[in-house]
Design a protein around this ligand. Structure first.
Ligand code: F6R
Length: 255
């Protein structure tokens, strides 16, 4: 695992998008694992720029998103289906048929979750998985206490997570209580991980993720076990780290 500190979210996004673009160029038929939330939006903007200005080709790419709220229809403006369409898919040449976001409206959620896992395997596994992190250390919607070996399933959202996400809804009552999420085991199966965090609100979670003991109470700490993980943070999110970290990621040199 390596930690890279950048001055601001734009510089973080440039590096994250470059790491993803490198995979797409090397393996045009690659599988991307995608995240939602405010953090990856700038990275998606940079990927769109690479597509429109530098011809980065997504035509053969397949994608799987981490999670989706249960019982929000895809056309709801806070659903992750809608988010992905607005923030990335509509602006690049990915084939909509090759994009996958968990179905929060599925009638049989356990059957859907099994199907989702099978589709990831059928596609050849995720080549690079983008991740954000919750202020409580969650990755995807694997809340504190989630099994480190978990697979795609339904999870009850923590009250803290619902409060963090209330900013996107009209009232707290509207914030969904459940989500379908890839499991931690599913995420760890990806060949490469890129975890992004910016802002002081993430500083404690990042300190624990990078320097703390591995524990299900801070799910993101499991990333320490991944053979190819890059954690990209801004100065505010890095403010509680106790060690010095190199300025340049080795992963770019080693690809
Ligand atoms: C979303 C997801 C979540 C977010 C996390 C941080 O797909 O997986 O784990 O990454 O809640 O959200 P933001 O980026 O809004 O702070």
């Amino acid at each position: 695992m390596e930690v890279v500190i950048r001055d601001n979210p734009e510089a973080m996004a440039k590096l994250a998008a470059e790491l993803i673009a490198e995979v797409v160029r090397r393996k045009p038929k690659c599988v991307l694992g995608l995240a939602t939330g405010s953090t990856p939006v700038v990275t998606y903007k940079e990927l769109i720029r690479l597509h429109t200005q530098e011809g980065l080709d997504f035509s053969r790419v397949t994608s799987f998103n981490l999670d989706e709220y249960v019982s929000l229809p895809p056309e709801h403006d806070q659903s992750y289906h809608y988010f992905m369409h607005e923030n990335l898919f509509k602006s690049i040449n990915i084939n909509p048929k090759n994009t996958h976001v968990p179905d929060g409206m599925a009638k049989d959620i356990p059957a859907f979750c099994r199907w989702y896992e099978e589709q990831i395997v059928k596609a050849g596994g995720v080549d690079v998985q983008l991740l954000g992190i919750g202020s409580n250390g969650h990755i995807a919607f694997n809340e504190p206490g989630s099994s480190l070996g978990s697979r795609t399933r339904v999870k009850t959202l923590d009250e803290g997570t619902r409060q963090d996400n209330a900013r996107f809804f009209k009232s707290m009552n509207e914030v969904p209580k459940y989500a379908i999420t890839m499991g931690i085991g599913t995420i760890m199966d990806a060949r490469q991980l890129i975890l992004l965090a910016n802002g002081a609100g993430k500083a404690e979670a990042i300190q624990k993720t990078c320097e703390g003991p591995i524990t299900a109470i801070v799910p993101a700490t499991v990333v320490q076990l991944h053979p190819k993980a890059t954690i990209i943070v801004d100065k505010a999110a890095a403010s509680k780290l106790s060690r010095e970290y190199p300025a340049e990621p080795r992963v770019l040199v080693l690809q």
